[in-house]
Every structure is written in structure tokens, then in C-alpha cells.
Design a protein around this ligand. Structure first.
Ligand SMILES: Nc1nc2c(ncn2[C@@H]2O[C@H](COP(=O)(O)OP(=O)(O)OP(=O)(O)O)[C@@H](O)[C@H]2O)c(=O)[nH]1
Ligand SMILES: [Mg+2]
Length: 465
């Protein structure tokens, strides 16, 4: 596939291996045998013969139980690693899994997601105002969308929204666990951030004080209730309506959803819905581990998903998890054919996904893991094509093929299959699915089917059925 504009890379197996270097073997998890063996040393010296036989029998029973546990663990412990570039949908899959298998966990933390929704709104408003500023200062002629009067209108809106916008950094810092990032592009959260931001540790009086996050969230809720109408005016402004489809204003994928729902979100009794939570964009830092009990063939299986930060600079933190992987789900957001990496604006995001998949396929440590590919964000792909965005403009090799969802999705799918065929070290199969991770019912069907297949294949691979 050739991309326009953007760098092209000679992509070979050696490059792929370099990207994901090999690491020393990990120590397998302890089954507790060591402590039982040590208990032999603590036995009284020279026990009577019968007592010694009893002890031996007890040890044999324990060893057998250990062996059983190990065998059971082999059967039941499925480890799935989620790979993919930033913003591809990995953490959204985890949210869907929580809805499907552990909805209590999500319900208990529902109010905390209010802060994350607010942050997404603040970022969207800031981006609109920044992009308008840039456009106004770079266009050398006036037209109906960029007149003196319109500039004054936008300046007045900006002035009134300033107190609200000034809270973005504090909110991002609270969500990021007190860490401030140099680029103000939203919060980066460690998995389990909800735990770290709720309680106030310390004396009873300390515990009663609202946390920093709660304080700033409540302040923003107050500002939002008085600014919602103004945000609505900005979002429906003719200039914004004209510039946004032309990509003169660039927003996160979920920003339009939140701006469309500003009145509901700004209400004093607002509690995030499942759809709101699924739409939230928070960049993951590090690697999160999420375990779910999944029934298959009458047995409960432990399936652990590792949600890995997609940021290039974090790629090394993936490595220790590789060897334990029984399956990989690779996320490729195919709606991103017209977007470029935040870290490297010359690289097309679809091209980057192909590079990353090639690297994963070529990695020897991962060669035994089952490979599943989610071609994600098909809803956005359809929207873009319906809005007339032409694939050929960004991917020159697409040529004059029809700009329809069927043709485009098939073309992209074939390129991912080709990358897999070319780079896969173990010539394993790759199962490809089109997905929309914000669609609850479709995702739950997909997750259930793919999960069952992963467990079945894992058990077959161990020759246990
Ligand atoms: N429209 C649409 N949005 C999606 C879909 N999947 C995920 N999103 C949104 O895309 C954004 C990014 O999703 P995440 O799951 O946070 O991405 P990630 O891969 O975990 O990103 P990192 O943590 O940076 O590696 C969120 O706002 C999601 O709501 C999809 O299929 N369609
Ligand atoms: Mg994430």
C-alpha cells in the first residue's frame, strides 16, 4: 500500500525483531511447592516409623494436588495481550469485558468517570478554539466563515469560557495521579486509576475531606452548568460546522459525541452512562492486567487480558508479558486512514498499524500465541466514506476503486492479511474481524465468540480434549 503524504519504510523481519527485542526467560509463577518442601525441614528429627510414613503420604497427596493445580492452571489460564497503536480501542475492549463479565465493578466506579467525561469535553472545547485561532490567523482573506464579526463572536465565547478551560490542567493532573505532562493532550492514566483517586488515606478527619479529584470535578461541574449553553453555541456555530468536516478543526473521535450531549452532561445530577464510559478517551500508561471468569464447555476459565499502552515510547514495557501470552488481539483502527501519528506527523496511522502488526507477527517470543486481528472503528470508517472523504487522497495505491465501505474495508483487510503472510514467523492462522468497540451488543457477541474460540484452541493446543 502506498501512502500520501508520509514516509515509506523498507520493512523487513530484522527491523521487526529490532523493534521488539528478545528478553530473558521469565520465571514461571510459583505454585507454592517451595514452602511445602521447606516444611520437611521443620519436622521433628527421627520421627517414629509410622509417623514418618504418614508424613510421606501427606507429602505425596500435596504433590499430587500441586500437579493437579498446575494441570488445571494450564487448562484454564488464558492470557491475552492487546496490542495496537494509541487510540486503537484496546482499553475500550476492557470496558466492554467489564460490562459483560463484571458489571458491578463498573457500576461502583460510575461517578468517577464523570471526571474523565469532563476532561474529554474540556479538551474538545480547547481544540476547537485553538484550531479556529490558527485558521483565523493564517487565512489572508475574509469570507462568510471568517469575517471580522465572526472573529469577535468567537473571541467573546472564548473569554467567557476561560475560567472553565483553565481547570483542564488540574483535572488532567488529578486523573494522572498527580503527574503533569508537558503536552496538554489529555490525561494519561495507569490501569486501576479509579482506585488511586478515590480514597483519602490517613486520619478519620483526612478521610472525610474530598479528594483533590473530587474537588476539581465538583468545581468543573459548577462551571459546566453555567457554560453548557455557550459550548452548545460554539459547537453549532456555522464556522465550526464548516471547518470540522474539512478537518480544519481536528478532534478526538469521541469529542463530537460528548459535545452533542453537553446539556445532559452539564446537568447537576449527571451520572455517566455505559455509552459515555465507552466513549471516554484516556491514554493508558504501562500495562494493565484484567482477569475475568469465562464459562466454556461447563468449566469456568480464568482469562487475563493485558491492556498495553500503545505509545511508542512505552513499547518496551510490553516485553515481559510476551512469553506468557496464549493469544494476541491486535487492534487496527481502519477509520484512521486519513490521520497521522501524534508523535510522528509524517506517518500515516494505517501504515503504522501495518508496521506494528508485521512486528508482532515476526516476533519469535510470540510465535505460539493465537493471533486475532480486530479491524476496529468501522462505524467511523463508514461515516468518513459517507461524508465523501476519499481514500485515494491518503493511500495513493487505492487508485480509482469505488470509495464504498465494502471495497475499502476489503482492500484494508487484504493488506493486513498480506502483512501477516509476509512476516509471520510460525505461519499460524490469523483470524480477522471487523469491529465497533463502542457498540455494546455487537461487541458482546464478538467478544463471547472470540473468547470461546481462544479457550477452545488453547485447550486443543494442550491436547486436553
Ligand atoms: N467510534 C468509535 N470509537 C471507538 C471505537 N473503539 C474505540 N473508540 C474510541 O476511541 C478512543 C480510544 O480508545 P482506547 O480504547 O482508549 O484506545 P487505546 O488503544 O487503549 O489507546 P492507548 O491507551 O493510548 O494505547 C476512545 O474514545 C474510544 O471510545 C470504535 O469502534 N468506534
Ligand atoms: Mg488504553
Amino acid at each position: 500500500m502506498s501512502f500520501n503524504p508520509g514516509k515509506r519504510f523498507g520493512w523487513g523481519r530484522a527491523d521487526a525483531q529490532r523493534l521488539l527485542p528478545t528478553v530473558p526467560k521469565l520465571v514461571p509463577p510459583s505454585l507454592g511447592l517451595g514452602s511445602r518442601r521447606r516444611s520437611l525441614a521443620s519436622l521433628p528429627p527421627n520421627p517414629p516409623e509410622n509417623a514418618a510414613q504418614d508424613v510421606n503420604k501427606a507429602i505425596d497427596v500435596e504433590l499430587k494436588r500441586d500437579a493437579m493445580i498446575r494441570k488445571e492452571r494450564n487448562v484454564r489460564e488464558i492470557k491475552v495481550i492487546l496490542f495496537g497503536q494509541p487510540d486503537s480501542g484496546k482499553s475500550t475492549l476492557i470496558k466492554q469485558l467489564q460490562l459483560l463479565y463484571a458489571s458491578d465493578a463498573l457500576d461502583n466506579k460510575r461517578t468517577l468517570w464523570r471526571a474523565a467525561v469532563f476532561l474529554n469535553i474540556l479538551k474538545a472545547v480547547r481544540m476547537i478554539l485553538m484550531d479556529l485561532d490558527w485558521e483565523f490567523s493564517h487565512e489572508d482573506h475574509e469570507d462568510e466563515f471568517n469575517s471580522r464579526q465572526i472573529r469577535q463572536e468567537i473571541a467573546a465565547i472564548r473569554g467567557k469560557l476561560l475560567p472553565l478551560l483553565a481547570t483542564e490542567e488540574s483535572l488532567a493532573m488529578e486523573l494522572s495521579g498527580g503527574v503533569s505532562f508537558s503536552r496538554p493532550s489529555g490525561a494519561r492514566v495507569r490501569p486501576g486509576w479509579q482506585q488511586s483517586v478515590i480514597p483519602n488515606e490517613g486520619s478519620p478527619s483526612e478521610k472525610e475531606k474530598p479528594s483533590g479529584l473530587l474537588q476539581v470535578t465538583n468545581l468543573i461541574a459548577k462551571y459546566l452548568s453555567t457554560s453548557a449553553a455557550l459550548i452548545g453555541i460554539l459547537w453549532s456555530h456555522p464556522t465550526v460546522n464548516n471547518y470540522f468536516p474539512l478537518r480544519k478543526i481536528q478532534l478526538d473521535d469521541s469529542a463530537p459525541y460528548f459535545l452533542d450531549h453537553i446539556d445532559r452532561i452539564a446537568a447537576v445530577d449527571y451520572i455517566p452512562t455505559n455509552n459515555d464510559i465507552l466513549r471516554v478517551r484516556l491514554t493508558t500508561l504501562g500495562v494493565g492486567e484484567h482477569t475475568f471468569a469465562v464459562k466454556f464447555a461447563g468449566k469456568v476459565n480464568t482469562v487475563t487480558y493485558f491492556d498495553v499502552s500503545g505509545a511508542c515510547s512505552r513499547r518496551l514495557s510490553w516485553i515481559p508479558y510476551f512469553e506468557a501470552a496464549t493469544s494476541i488481539i491486535f487492534f487496527a483502527p481502519i477509520s484512521a486512514f486519513d490521520q497521522y501519528l501524534e508523535d510522528d506527523p509524517a506517518t500515516n496511522r494505517l501504515h503504522h498499524s501495518l508496521q506494528l502488526l508485521s512486528a508482532v507477527c515476526a516476533n519469535k517470543i510470540l510465535r505460539h500465541a493465537q493471533l486475532v486481528l480486530f479491524l476496529n472503528k468501522i462505524d467511523l470508517l463508514k461515516q468518513k466514506l459517507e461524508a465523501g472523504i476519499e481514500v485515494q487522497k491518503y493511500i495513493t495505491s487505492y487508485g480509482n476503486r469505488p470509495n464504498t465501505y465494502e471495497c475499502v474495508s476489503d482492500y484494508f483487510r487484504n493488506h493486513f492479511l498480506q502483512a501477516h503472510r509476509k512476516h509471520d514467523v510460525s505461519r499460524r492462522a490469523m483470524h480477522v474481524y471487523f469491529s465497533c468497540m463502542i457498540d455494546i451488543s455487537a461487541s458482546h457477541v464478538l467478544i463471547t465468540n472470540v473468547g470461546a474460540e481462544m479457550i477452545r484452541k488453547h485447550i486443543c493446543g494442550l491436547n486436553l480434549v
